[in-house]
Write a protein that binds this ligand. Structure first.
Ligand SMILES: NC(=O)c1ccc[n+]([C@@H]2O[C@H](COP(=O)([O-])OP(=O)(O)OC[C@H]3O[C@@H](n4cnc5c(N)ncnc54)[C@H](OP(=O)(O)O)[C@@H]3O)[C@@H](O)[C@H]2O)c1
Length: 292
């Protein structure tokens, strides 16, 4: 990865830290994103020390605030005119329904709207750096999604339901963006990292009647370094050069849910994502660009 510039979101802990570390160990220049400047600086210093690679820098944004995500894209543009790998890894699980300052449901805002804004804002750097790769860290949780198009859980809320829908949105965004970027040399793939012993397991089981499951889940979960293997494979392996619009598990192509391939729902998701991020007002787009 010498000569490559990479950005990993949510890289101050968990899977993202080990993805950023793995890229730094392979010689890449790595922009390490975290929610705050202090966390980003601390993570970048730890990765520099652990990898021996000095080309590791912190960048920051709280994904609950769209203005901060746009400012992150601006920070990246200031630091580099090339971006070969973007790993959209940051993610959160909210036990109770919360909304952002822009009145969006927090899970959808952090897990889908933020990477939607960031990736679209960095497409110019990615295409200028082709061959380039975008990796979306999704989850098998997307397979168990009800009320699919209630993206913001307006009818009813469960932490798991909101999380699963946001991870479905990650895959639908992957497929749609991959088609839009066909012929540019930028590939877009999604993956499930495995059940990994990170903060998300604790967030997901934090109700008093499920807390007893945390030690059990942790016993069966893989360590974060192992959880980083599939995203790292997608970011670095020559085996997936040119491969796009796929979902991977354990470094192999896997089948995502039937609904994740529904191009009409995918186009409606793209449309509402544009609207919710202030990039589209009332214009409706159709699925024609990806159907057939
Ligand atoms: N762990 C699993 O079993 C599992 C399974 C399938 C998929 N995944 C996916 O893997 C990805 C990484 O999660 P993880 O398991 O490594 O969990 P984690 O240890 O909780 O890490 C999540 C990362 O996302 C960041 N993040 C959360 N909310 C943010 C916000 N508002 N603004 C900016 N950054 C924010 C966190 O930053 P802070 O430290 O500031 O909170 C942290 O860096 C997620 O997309 C998750 O959905 C995990």
């Amino acid at each position: 990865m010498q000569g490559k510039t990479c950005l990993v979101t949510g890289a101050n802990r968990g899977i993202g830290y080990h993805v950023a570390l793995g890229l730094a160990q392979r010689g890449a220049r790595v922009l390490v994103h975290a929610r705050t400047a202090a966390r980003a600086a601390e993570a970048a210093a730890a990765i520099r020390a652990e990898s021996g690679n000095d080309a590791v820098e912190g960048v920051h944004a709280d994904f609950l605030h769209q203005a901060e995500v746009r400012a992150l894209a601006a920070q990246v543009h200031e630091r580099t005119d090339r971006l070969h790998v973007l790993v959209n890894n940051a993610g959160a699980y909210f036990m109770y329904r919360q909304t952002t300052d822009g009145d969006h449901e927090a899970t959808f805002a952090v897990n889908h709207l933020a990477p939607f804004i960031l990736t679209n804002a960095l497409v110019d750097l990615l295409t200028a750096s082709a061959p380039a790769r975008v990796i979306m860290v999704s989850s098998e949780a997307h397979q168990r999604t009800g009320n699919v198009e209630d993206w913001e859980s307006r009818t009813s809320y469960s932490g798991y339901g909101a999380y699963a829908r946001s991870k479905l949105a990650n895959i639908m965004f992957t497929y749609d963006l991959a088609h839009r970027l066909e012929g540019t040399g930028v590939t877009v793939n999604a993956c499930h990292p495995g059940v990994v012993d990170t903060g998300i397991i604790e967030q997901g089981l934090s109700r008093w009647w499920t807390r007893w499951l945390i030690p059990l889940a942790k016993r069966f979960a893989i360590p974060p370094a192992e959880g980083a293997e599939t995203p790292l494979y997608l970011a670095t392996s020559p085996e997936v050069e040119g491969v796009s619009a796929k979902y991977f598990k354990r470094k192999r192509p896997a089948t995502s849910s039937l609904v994740s391939h529904d191009a009409t729902i995918g186009a409606r998701l793209w449309n509402i994502s544009l609207r919710y991020t202030g990039q589209l007002s009332e214009v409706e787009i159709t699925g024609e660009h990806i159907v057939g």
